[in-house]
Structure formats: structure tokens, C-alpha cells
Design a protein around this ligand. Structure first.
Ligand SMILES: Nc1ncnc2c1ncn2[C@@H]1O[C@H](COP(=O)(O)OP(=O)(O)OP(=O)(O)O)[C@@H](O)[C@H]1O
Length: 273
């Protein structure tokens, strides 16, 4: 019998302390795993530590303890040139909650995606442009929008540009912080369909932080529940969202107006590109 391949992302025992003078422990030994092609929902109330966990995974928040592995290789202890090489490799991509933070307001959409490839040192300039156009098409954006500045796009379009920029470098792991919460229903559904397609086509592991449990019910395979910096429950999306076991998850789920059920079809009409 051959061993199962390592998860694309495996974080174990992640502990993070933050604060300038008086530091407080924000994460208390958190574990998070995502396999290729899997979408994992990360939920929890405001301040539970979701963003901090994503930042710790990409090396933006210091790890006090714990490990982060990508395809089985530890990446948390990387320093100096090794860390720069890992960052440049683009194997883990983090898309901020506000896509404007991921995008330079003075750089056109296409150049912004090209720039992500250039940082990685991928291919010749002409190849990078072709790959950037392909990435925009993959997220359902008309490449004609490539000449626009981010400020002249809708929120949904900007979110897709940020995802295209992250995807262009062929990541193994994509961390998305509230990718759909600020979007209207049509744009939300479009972004969700794009993610669902990409995990199959690109076999990327996706961790999706979201307050929008209805969206997660439609797309996530597994859900991890964070409460005050600890994982209190995790399991298949259907089980966690429809039959939560932990009282905290029960409160979280019942505070949402309606979850129609996992794997409900994503709405397809009214798409704005
Ligand atoms: N730089 C920092 N210094 C000190 N405390 C911080 C810092 N960043 C975050 N925190 C604290 O860490 C805790 C977790 O914050 P975090 O942003 O990870 O939560 P979250 O679950 O992502 O919340 P939200 O859903 O509102 O985005 C909060 O109590 C927050 O105040």
C-alpha cells in the first residue's frame, strides 16, 4: 500500500502572540489541512483569529510555535534567501479581504497580473502577458478590462483580478480572506463558480475565510471552526453546517438567516462580468 500524498497545506500547532508591548496569545495551537483540489472553509466570529492564521501560514505573522508544511516541506523556519525564494515561488498565495490592498491603484489590471509573474521571474515578457490574459479569462474577466485601473472596476471585478493575480503564478495553496462577503449576489455566485472550477482544473487547495456560511455550504468540502484562537470543531461541510456539535458552532450557524443545505447548486443567472 502506498502512503497518501502529503496535503498541499498542513499547519500544526500554530501559536501566535501579537501586540506591541503586552503581547497576547491570539492562536493557541491551531491545525489546518487542505488537500489539492479541496476547498476548506474557515469560520468563526470577528476576532477569533482567522486572518491571523492565514497571515501566519504565509509568514506575515510570526509563529511562536507550530509548523507549516507545503506539499510536506516545512516552510515556517525559512529565513533570508530561502524565505525569499519560497515567497517568489508563489506556491502559497494570500488574497486580502479588501482586494484594493492586493492591487496597486496606479497599475492597470493586466500589468498588475504581469507584475506578479515578473516577481517570480517566470518566462519572457511576452509569455507573461499571454499568461496574465489567460488568468483574467480563467476568472471570467474580459481581457479588455486589462487596461483599466483597479479603481475603475466593480468590487466583484476587483476581487476576480486579485484572484487572477494569485492564480497566475500557479499556487499550490490559495488563501482567500472573505472573498465574497462584500459582493452582491450575482458577483458572489460568479466568484464562487470560478473557485469551484479552478480547484478542479488547477488542483489548487483553497482555504476560504468567510462569514458567509451560505456560500460555504455551496462550495466547501470541509469546514474548520475557530473560537478564541482554538479549533473547536471541524468536519465535512454538510455535517458541520447542518448538524453542528459544538455549542459555539450551533450559535454561529443559527445566527445565519438560512443555509439551504450543502452543495446546493450555485445560482447561475445574473452574472456581471
Ligand atoms: N497586530 C496585532 N496586534 C495585536 N493584536 C492583534 C493584531 N492583529 C490582530 N490582533 C488581535 O487578534 C485577534 C484576532 O484577530 P483576527 O483579525 O485574526 O480575527 P478574525 O477572526 O480574522 O476577525 P474578522 O472576522 O473581524 O476579520 C483579535 O482580538 C485582534 O484584535
Amino acid at each position: 500500500m502506498t502512503a497518501a500524498p502529503a496535503a498541499a497545506l498542513q499547519a500544526d500547532g500554530v501559536e501566535v502572540w501579537l501586540g506591541r508591548r503586552a503581547k497576547s496569545r491570539i492562536l493557541h495551537g491551531v491545525g489546518l489541512t487542505a488537500r489539492s483540489g479541496e476547498i476548506v472553509g474557515l469560520i468563526g466570529e470577528t476576532g477569533s483569529g482567522k486572518t491571523t492564521l492565514a497571515r501566519a501560514i504565509v509568514g506575515l505573522a510570526p509563529l511562536h510555535a507550530g509548523t507549516v508544511r507545503v506539499d510536506g516541506t516545512p516552510v515556517d523556519g525559512l529565513r533570508g534567501a530561502a524565505l525569499r525564494r519560497f515567497r517568489r515561488s508563489g506556491r502559497v498565495q494570500y488574497v486580502f479581504q479588501d482586494p484594493l490592498r492586493s492591487l496597486d491603484p496606479d497599475v492597470t489590471v493586466l500589468d498588475s497580473v504581469v507584475e506578479g509573474l515578473a516577481i517570480r521571474g517566470d518566462g519572457k515578457a511576452a509569455d507573461r502577458r499571454a499568461r496574465a490574459v489567460a488568468a483574467l479569462e480563467q476568472v471570467g474577466l474580459d481581457p479588455a478590462l486589462g487596461d483599466r485601473l483597479p479603481g475603475r472596476l466593480s468590487g466583484g471585478q476587483r476581487q476576480r483580478v486579485a484572484i487572477a493575480r494569485a492564480l497566475a503564478v500557479d499556487p499550490r495553496v490559495l488563501l482567500l480572506d472573505e472573498p465574497v462577503s462584500a459582493l452582491d449576489a450575482a458577483n458572489r455566485n460568479h466568484v464562487l463558480r470560478v473557485l469551484d472550477r479552478l480547484r478542479h482544473e488547477r488542483e489548487v487547495a483553497i482555504v476560504m475565510i468567510s462569514h458567509d456560511l451560505g456560500s460555504l455550504a455551496g462550495i466547501a468540502d470541509r469546514v474548520v471552526v475557530l473560537y478564541r484562537g482554538e479549533v473547536v470543531e471541524e468536519g465535512p461541510a454538510a455535517r458541520v453546517l447542518l448538524e453542528p456539535e459544538h455549542p459555539y458552532t450551533q450559535r454561529l450557524v443559527t445566527s445565519v438567516p438560512s443555509i439551504d443545505g450543502p452543495r446546493r447548486p450555485l445560482i447561475t443567472e445574473g452574472v456581471h462580468v
